[in-house]
Unconditional design. Structure first.
Length: 498
């Protein structure tokens, strides 16, 4: 009963008057009790409901500060909905939630540091590509009603509503920055193409937009127009970061930490999906991996606001840094600063660097080779190829050969000592494996966590379907990965291309 009541509150309170009435009647206190529920689905419903009640109810409380993990949960839900991986929520509902959260000043810092902007831009792009709904005489004279009303590519009222909410959210978040220069350099940077998107939509939107909406779009676009001082300011920010690095030269002489990770250095604007796949593949082999958005067990995530402190920490904790070479990496100011620091560490520590080529036409041996400062960093290294997803498994295997047991978690190392994986056949160590227990873990539907790369390997091997897969914790996943390779050696070898 509680779940249905919270769902009703969620859908009602997306309307401002209902949210104000709910807050005024004290309903928020009742709804808030469900934040501690053990049901993940009910918790999400409750977070959305409270976001509407506090935001549209004009409360000064910050839901994102009070509820640990709420920002990430909402970002994941919105992204999954936009990618059609989830049909539970509508885009306009979640866009309305983003607005309700953005209205509260104390929430803005959390939203700016999240991946919300990426989803907002995607909503604008999807809206731009929609068709104009059929109206007028053609609709009135249609032989059948569905000829005029049904066009899956046409913008609906819900699409327009989601678009309007998105514009309002972007306007709200732009107010977090003290001036237009900070907004352009630190958040809505020109390479994101927001200004161009707004211009296109002002000139030709799938529906006629209301005057207030168009005014907000023009005002935001005017704030995002690049100016001559932008480049100098961006260089100043980079220089400040570099100065920070130079002021900490003494830290370079410190011996490496006992525990270390693999750090992936990359531009977020180029084939990011390959970087994420690589991260997951290395993690499934038991390696501790650092990526900006996720951090590692040793160092927390990196963003625009903590980069000066976090970037040196992440590099200093690295045994090996994987540099994902691309044209975007060369043009990225943050990548330049990071590369300078990495090069400084190479001379005073045992740090190692592995280069991955993300673009077949931009390597040390291509017709148009790597140039500029990046050519000095890469040198004559040919690196490993990673310009499409088919190369993720083979490149991960080559990196694993170089890394050995370095940067592996203690659980992975201990299991590897107990269980020997014989690629040519069963080894003596295989007698120590309890296959029945392993299969029981696999088929236990109560296990609760999802790991993409292991699921893919299992499906490729024909072990079982994803719908039947038990979702296990990290230690169990490592164990299962090893067991599957021994139980189904021929299928596994075929799956990885050996």
């Amino acid at each position: 009963m509680g779940r249905w009541c919270i769902m009703l509150v969620m859908y009602l309170c997306r309307y401002r008057d209902a949210a104000k009435a709910m807050k005024g009647a004290g309903g928020g206190k009742i709804v808030e009790q469900y934040l501690s529920t053990s049901s993940q689905t009910l918790r999400v419903y409750t977070i959305i409901s409270m976001g509407f009640i506090l935001g549209f109810g004009r409360s000064s409380r910050s839901l994102l500060r009070e509820v640990n993990g709420a920002t990430d949960e909402m970002a994941v839900v919105l992204k999954a909905t936009l990618e059609h991986k989830s049909q539970i929520f509508s885009v306009n509902l979640l866009a309305a939630l983003a607005l309700a959260l953005a209205i509260v000043e104390a929430n803005k810092e959390f939203l700016v540091k999240s991946s919300l902007l990426e989803s907002l831009i995607l909503i604008l792009r999807k809206f731009k590509e929609m068709d104009t709904p059929v109206k007028g005489p053609k609709a009135a004279n249609a032989k059948f009603p569905w000829e005029a009303s049904y066009n899956p590519a046409a913008a609906t009222e819900e699409d327009v509503e989601a678009f309007v909410f998105t514009i309002e959210v972007m306007v709200q978040l732009s107010g977090y920055f003290k001036n237009d220069l900070d907004l352009r350099v630190k958040y809505m940077s020109p390479e994101l193409g927001i200004s161009e998107l707004l211009t296109d939509l002002l000139e030709k939107a799938p529906v006629e937009l209301a005057a207030p909406v168009r005014d907000k779009m023009r005002a935001l676009r005017n704030r995002l127009v690049p100016e001559a001082e932008d480049e100098a300011y961006a260089e100043k920010v980079a220089a400040e970061t570099t100065d920070f690095v130079h002021h900490h030269d003494t830290a370079l002489l410190v011996k490496p930490q006992q525990q270390q990770h693999i750090m992936i250095s990359y531009s977020e604007n180029y084939k990011k999906e390959l970087v994420v796949d690589l991260h997951l593949s290395l993690a499934d082999l038991g390696y501790e991996v650092y990526r900006n958005e996720t951090g590692s067990a040793l160092v927390g995530p990196m963003n625009t606001f903590n980069m000066q402190k976090r970037m040196p920490e992440a590099v200093d904790a690295s045994h090996t840094i994987i540099v994902c070479v691309s044209p975007a990496y060369k043009e990225d100011v943050n990548c330049l600063v990071e590369a300078k620091y990495i090069m400084g560490r190479l001379h005073v520590s045992d740090l190692k660097v592995i280069f991955l080529m993300l673009d077949q036409k931009y390597t040390t041996i291509s017709a148009n080779p790597i140039d500029g400062w990046l050519s000095f960093f890469v040198g004559t290294e040919s690196g490993f190829p990673l310009w499409d997803r088919l190369m993720v498994i083979t490149t991960t295997r080559e990196i694993a050969k170089v890394m050995g047991d370095n940067c592996k978690s203690s659980a992975a190392q201990s299991m590897q000592r107990v269980m020997s994986i014989e690629l040519e056949g069963r080894g003596a160590g295989s007698g120590m494996i309890d296959y029945a227990s392993a299969w029981a873990i696999l088929t236990n539907p109560m296990k609760a966590r999802y790991t993409k790369a292991l699921v893919g390997i299992m499906q490729d091997m024909g072990v079982m379907q994803q719908s039947d897969l038990a979702l296990c914790d990290e230690e169990q996943l490592l164990l299962l990965g090893l067991l599957l390779r021994q139980l189904h050696q021929p299928s596994y070898m075929k799956a990885i291309g050996r």
